[in-house]
Design a protein around this ligand. Structure first.
Ligand code: GLC
Ligand code: CA
Length: 498
């Protein structure tokens, strides 16, 4: 039997926005725990929790003060243990986030006597920063150290100083943090900015402005020596019973370089961002799938997460989003879902400026709206303003009042997006075998896996297809068979046949 993770569907929970149990308008671990039966019924295999550690929340918890404790906003370590026990009792795996590239500037190290060894300080060049590196969130990647004449590096917000992975104490500390969570029983870790830990020696200039943080060749990303860290961590993961896994959030210039993170003695999985970024065109999607399968024997697939525009909005319609989801869920490998995509939630594009919290918004001086629009709390039941997410009307981000028909409760109907996800995840459990492309009309992708055929119409017009079997599931209601026996696939639609 293949290891569990090779075909697992993992559901990403943005804890702040999932479910609030104490009425402060912010989701918490108790909320996650209370909704585990929902996830079980949905049919996922496991859950990945975004950071819930002690944090001033300047970057939604990716700015950590204490990696071994739960922020009071989210609960306590006891709440975490209870959540983990319940998840395991329901047969759900639990993955936590590990953030090794940086800490919060409120981490005790940043004001300790060791700060200059643990972080990256350099003298400036003239009046300016030490080099031309740009923060992923906009602006320079360096800020003036308030305690010396030097500058410190932060590839993200100024409140997130980058650690110096040349310092053995940093390596030891993160190995210990990894063990801390493995000892508590987690099934894996998702590694934040896994491609960022090691910087090119001498910190050379990138040489150009407008640095591409999503796969450009850069002196601060995807350096060969970063893999040493993952070889060490793989040994730690393998020293625990059960199959504990590591998943890289890594951006690399090529598919082959991305595959380096999942060599047999490194991590188990890496997020497939090229698939997420693919334009909605048959040749493009097929090329990404082929390239993925060529470079990675145990691939992953993803369409949405807490950093990108939700795929309903990105692809331009709910029809396409549903079609893309069924295409993804038919592919061999593991899939990552992001909370709310099973409800077909769109990106919220019109949040009031005053409500926005993503540092990208501030650092780009409002040029980038930031990522808050995909982090709006989940609508569970009933009515505005809180839709069962919280007892408080003042949720940390406002929920659009017109989301009533999108709530979990409102989608207990046969044709809802939620029902489609449930049925798809149920059928997916029986899927086996490698992918074989089949002939299909222009703009249509068709492949088989054993007795299943998956057909997707990526054009903007109706396409007639000859049913290769009985219809199992479709992303939309398909028009009744025509006299020729063909079936009409509307734009964006995917059908599964058997
Ligand atoms: C990752 C996270 C993102 C965070 C950044 C800095 O890309 O997914 O949410 O802002 O790292 O930690
Ligand atoms: Ca709460």
């Amino acid at each position: 039997m293949n290891p569990w993770w090779q075909s697992a569907v993992i559901y990403q929970i943005y804890v702040r926005s999932f479910a609030d149990t104490n009425g402060d308008g912010v989701g918490d671990l108790g909320g996650v725990r209370s909704r585990l039966p929902y996830l079980r019924e949905l049919g996922v295999d496991g859950v990945w929790l975004t950071p819930f550690y002690r944090s001033p929340m300047r970057d939604g918890g990716y700015d950590i003060t204490d990696h071994r404790d739960v922020d009071p906003m989210f609960g306590t370590l006891a709440d975490f243990d209870a959540l983990l026990a319940d998840a395991h009792a329901l047969g759900l795996r639990l993955i936590v986030d590990l953030v090794p590239n940086h800490t919060s500037d409120t981490h005790p190290w940043f004001s300790s006597p060791h700060r200059r060894e643990r972080y990256i300080f350099r003298p400036g060049r003239g009046d300016g920063p030490p080099n031309d590196w740009e923060s992923v969130f906009g602006g320079p990647a360096w800020s003036k150290d308030p305690h010396s004449d030097d500058w410190y590096l932060h590839l993200f917000d100024a409140s997130q100083p980058d650690l110096d992975w040349d310092d053995p104490a940093v390596r030891q500390e993160y190995a210990a943090v990894l063990r801390f969570w493995l000892d508590r029983g987690v099934d894996g870790v998702r590694i934040d900015v896994a491609h960022g830990l090691v910087k090119a020696p001498g910190l050379p200039d990138a040489g150009h402005a407008g640095q591409d943080h999503r796969g450009g060749i850069l002196p601060y990303f995807d350096q060969d020596d970063v893999h040493e860290v993952y070889r060490d961590w793989r040994k730690i993961l393998d020293s625990y019973p059960g199959e504990r896994i590591g998943i890289a959030e890594a951006w690399a210039p090529t598919a082959d370089r991305l595959a380096n993170y999942t060599r047999p003695d490194e991590l188990h999985q890496a997020f497939n961002f090229p698939f997420l970024l693919s334009p909605w065109r048959a040749e493009a999607v097929r090329a990404v799938i082929d390239q993925t399968m060529r470079t990675n024997p145990a691939p992953t697939w993803v369409l949405s997460n807490h950093d990108v525009q939700r795929h309903v909005t990105r692809l331009g319609s709910l029809d396409r989003a549903r079609g893309a989801t069924l295409l993804m869920l038919a592919l061999p490998g593991s899939a990552y879902l992001y909370q709310g995509e099973e409800l077909g939630l769109p990106e919220v594009l019109d949040l009031p400026d005053g409500a926005r919290q993503d540092p990208t918004w501030r650092r780009s001086q409002g040029r980038e709206p930031g990522r808050d629009g995909c982090r709006v709390p989940m609508p569970w039941t009933g009515e505005a303003p809180a839709f069962g997410f919280s007892a408080s009307a003042a949720t940390w981000l406002p929920i659009p009042p017109d989301w009533r028909p999108l709530s979990v409760q409102a989608q207990r109907t046969p044709d809802s997006t939620l029902t489609m996800y449930r049925r798809a995840l149920h059928i997916r459990r029986r899927m086996t075998g490698p992918l074989h492309w089949q002939d299909a009309p222009d703009g249509v992708l068709a492949f088989t896996r054993a007795a299943l055929t998956c057909t997707t119409n990526l054009t903007d017009r109706d396409v007639d297809v000859v049913p290769p079997g009985a219809l199992l599931l479709a992303s939309t209601v398909l028009a009744a068979a025509r006299p020729t026996g063909a079936v009409c696939l509307p734009p964006g639609a995917t059908a599964w046949w058997h």
